[in-house]
Every structure is written in structure tokens, then in C-alpha cells.
Write a protein that binds this ligand. Structure first.
Ligand SMILES: Cc1cc2nc3c(=O)[nH]c(=O)nc-3n(C[C@H](O)[C@H](O)[C@H](O)COP(=O)(O)O)c2cc1C
Length: 198
């Protein structure tokens, strides 16, 4: 890949919220998750944990997604124009038909600063987002599951794990992904006051 291709790849990533129902092959999922595992992490703890949900369990999650909408709909109603609000509501009810959900957790530890642990997981999440682009997949990172964090923990069975019982496993976000079924415009980037050279 040359320099231009690399920057084009980064710029072409955008959140996708409408998907074909076709399931990506397992080897594609393995590759994008492996891209996540290549991310840097504080003290090289590689403290990310990913839980991949497909099929019937993914169907079952829809009612949780609908519940998470209740936690954020009021804020979005104030921020979004009505057509986008309606689209977003539909998205939460169907998850855009995305065939794959990935729940991303941090395994926190007293040996590492909290924010470093969190940041490490998000580095992996961006690698996964970019790997989706090269695989022809769409992806949307979602903070919405945090509205119903403990219910998601129980839904996944994460609450039964010893590290969860020790208070060390924390849900950070969900990813919905699959082959894109729309081509939304790229959200404009704010350039003002974002970077300061001293
Ligand atoms: C941490 C995080 C949480 C997000 N949560 C949601 C979400 O709950 N629902 C959603 O539709 N999009 C969510 N997004 C996607 C953002 O809305 C999107 O990244 C932003 O509008 C910029 O658009 P782009 O990704 O197309 O560049 C989230 C993104 C991030 C990084």
C-alpha cells in the first residue's frame, strides 16, 4: 500500500448503519479481530476482550438495543433534525440488520491507570474499524450499550467470569458490522482549534 492509499483508507472510513443480511465469512471476522489484536496497549497488557454475537443470539439482543434507545433518545431529539432522528430510532430497533455484533471490554487492573486501559481498547477498536474498510465491510461503533451495561454483561454471560466478579471487566462499546447497504456522506471534520503546534 502506498502513502496515498493509506490516507485514503483512513479518510474513507465512516459509520455504516444499514447492512445486507449476508453473513461475512468466519475467516474475514478472524482477520478483522486479529487487526484489533495488533493495536498498541499500555504496558503491552493487551487488555481488550471481544465477544462476538451472531445468529439467534444477535436476534435476542435487539430487545436490549431497543431499551438502550430509551436512555439516549431525549438527548438526540434535541440534537438531530427529525428525519435523522427517525433513521436513528429505526437503527436502534433493527441495528440496521447488521449480522455481527462485537462487544468490546477492557480488563482493567490496579497495575495500570484506568484511562490507559480504556484507551488501549479503543486503539484496537479503530484497527477493527479500518480492517472493516479493507474487507468491504461497514461498521458502526456504539456507546449505546453502555446505557444498559449490566444487562449486556448478563446477556453475554460475562458476569459469570472470575475477572468480572473481581470488578475488572468493563464494557466499553459495541460494534455492529456487515456488508454495507447504504453509502452515507462522510461526516464533515472540524479543523478549527483541534490541533495546536507549540
Ligand atoms: C465511542 C463512540 C460511541 C458511539 N456511539 C454511537 C451510538 O451509540 N450510535 C450510533 O449510531 N453511532 C455511534 N457512534 C458513531 C458516531 O456517531 C460517528 O463516529 C460520528 O458521528 C462520526 O461519523 P463517522 O464515524 O461516519 O465519521 C459512536 C462513535 C464512537 C467513537
Amino acid at each position: 500500500m502506498d502513502k496515498e492509499e493509506f490516507y485514503r483508507l483512513i479518510e474513507s472510513r465512516k459509520s455504516i448503519r444499514k447492512f445486507k443480511t449476508e453473513m461475512p465469512p468466519r475467516e474475514v471476522l478472524d482477520r478483522i479481530l486479529n487487526a484489533g489484536l495488533q493495536a498498541p496497549s499500555g504496558k503491552n497488557r493487551q487488555n481488550w476482550r471481544f465477544f462476538v454475537v451472531t445468529g439467534k443470539k444477535r436476534e435476542e439482543y435487539l430487545k436490549y438495543s431497543q431499551k438502550s434507545w430509551l436512555g439516549i433518545k431525549d438527548v438526540l431529539q434535541k440534537r438531530l433534525k427529525p428525519s435523522l432522528y427517525d433513521f436513528t430510532e429505526r437503527f436502534f430497533f433493527t441495528l440496521g440488520d447488521a449480522p455481527v455484533l462485537i462487544f468490546c471490554y477492557s480488563h482493567n487492573s490496579s497495575e495500570e491507570r484506568y484511562h490507559t486501559s480504556i484507551g488501549s481498547v479503543y486503539m484496537a477498536v479503530e484497527n477493527i474499524n479500518l480492517a472493516c474498510v479493507v474487507e468491504g465491510l461497514g461498521c458502526c461503533t456504539m456507546g449505546a450499550p453502555l446505557e444498559i451495561k449490566s444487562e449486556v454483561d448478563a446477556f453475554l454471560g460475562v458476569d459469570q467470569l472470575p475477572e468480572y466478579k473481581a470488578g475488572e471487566l468493563e464494557l466499553l462499546c459495541g460494534l455492529v458490522l456487515g456488508y454495507p447497504d447504504h453509502n452515507p456522506p462522510k461526516a464533515p471534520r472540524q479543523l478549527e482549534n483541534r490541533i495546536t503546534y507549540l
